[in-house]
Design a protein around this ligand. Structure first.
Ligand SMILES: C=C(O[C@@H]1C=C(C(=O)O)C=C[C@H]1O)C(=O)O
Length: 364
């Protein structure tokens, strides 16, 4: 005889039992994390934060590797992200500054990276985020660095030139833009659309097709755009879902970005160096000599040692109007022997080289 299908009551009983087990295990895990904090404190009584980016990346990598479904690896990793965040906050929650206001994509990136138990503090400019991290009034900062359709955030790169802060992590975020209005506003009322200029650019074709005659106004952030339309019945904003929720706006059209793979990359900045996680990236600033083949001489060692570059950007140097500096990201950690060899070779060939940091690649 074939086995009978369990009843609803039986299934719920089974779920209750599993929940009890999960609950107990999560608390057992939290106790272990507390004990880890005690060990760290004993090793270093002046320790300021128990957060270890390389260890958290490894935990998430293990979750993804062992996952057998039916839940997707990313879904389970996100749950573990929140469990780690809560465990860490039990000792002392992390203070994270980000390019605000609340409801921006940078806010979403900060929560994606540190989980919801972190205390997040919105700041008005990228410079302020750098300054607060330098001053030690927050543990880490989150700033945008590049968008897949609109390119690099130059201001963030310029801040690195004037700062000794390190990159301790990266976050990648799929960006979905939405057309938002205050409750009661109808499409025919809309005479103006506010957003950050990058978001307006990311939705250019959609706007040309749907609102060719409506004025587009660039403001300081998407969240600011959302805040403004709350009291303007004839205006709309382009922003993410977080801003819609925060300002209680109606989503008239969802996912209006021209490129469905639109992603933005953010950097986590801090003061310490991060040990290797096993799957890392390194970022450099290099000021080349003013001579023929300068860029070739910088890139050639990477080729010879078979190291993949993931990005290269050029910015005008701030102290010499005829020179350029290069921002280079590549795969590997500065403590790995083959990476050390390449870094030494490059250093000997350039005017100046600074390692911005080695950090775990984004897992989620
Ligand atoms: C528990 C530790 O400390 C923190 C908490 C972690 C966790 O909950 O898994 C991981 C790394 C640290 O941010 C540790 O270093 O192992």
């Amino acid at each position: 005889m074939s086995e009978q299908r369990p009843t609803l009551a039986e299934l719920r009983q089974r779920i209750d039992k599993i929940d009890q087990d999960i609950h107990q295990l999560i608390n057992q895990r939290a106790v272990c994390a507390q004990q880890v904090a005690e060990v760290k404190k004993a090793e270093d009584p002046t320790i300021k934060s128990f957060y270890r980016p390389e260890r958290e990346a490894q935990v998430l990598q293990m979750v993804m590797q062992r996952n057998q479904g039916p839940l997707a690896g990313e879904t389970v990793a996100r749950l573990f992200r929140e469990i780690m965040s809560a465990c860490l906050a039990l000792e002392s929650p992390l203070n994270i500054a980000f390019l605000g206001p609340n409801g921006t994509f940078t806010h979403a990136a900060a929560l994606k990276h540190f989980g919801h138990a972190a205390l997040t503090q919105p700041l008005a400019t990228i410079d302020e985020v750098f300054r607060e991290v330098e001053a030690g009034s927050v543990n880490y900062g989150v700033v945008p660095v590049e968008n897949s359709s609109e390119g690099v955030v130059n201001h963030t790169l310029d801040c690195f030139m004037a700062s000794s802060l390190k990159i301790i992590g990266e976050v990648e975020l799929r960006i979905h833009q939405n057309l938002l209005v205050a409750k009661g506003t109808q499409i025919k009322h809309i005479s103006r659309i506010y957003s950050h200029q990058q978001s307006l650019a990311q939705c250019r074709k959609w706007l040309d097709a749907h609102f060719p005659k409506v004025e587009r106004v660039a403001v300081s952030s998407n969240a600011e755009a959302a805040r403004m339309v709350k009291s303007e019945w004839h205006s709309a904003a382009i922003a993410g879902e977080t801003a819609a929720e925060l300002y209680d706006l109606t989503i008239l059209h969802a996912n209006i970005e021209d490129n469905p793979n639109n992603t933005t990359r953010f950097l986590i900045i801090g003061t310490e160096e991060v040990p290797a996680s096993g799957d890392d990236k390194t970022s450099l600033i290099v000021a080349a000599h003013n001579e023929a083949g300068a860029l070739y001489h910088i890139l050639e060692p990477f080729y010879r040692h078979n190291i993949s570059l993931t990005r290269i950007e050029t910015r005008p140097a701030q102290n010499d109007i005829w020179s350029y500096v290069f921002f280079i990201d590549f795969e590997g950690h500065q403590q790995q022997p083959h990476v050390k060899v390449v870094l030494d070779e490059i250093k000997a060939r350039v005017r100046e080289m600074r390692i911005l940091g080695s950090y775990p690649k984004a897992v989620l």
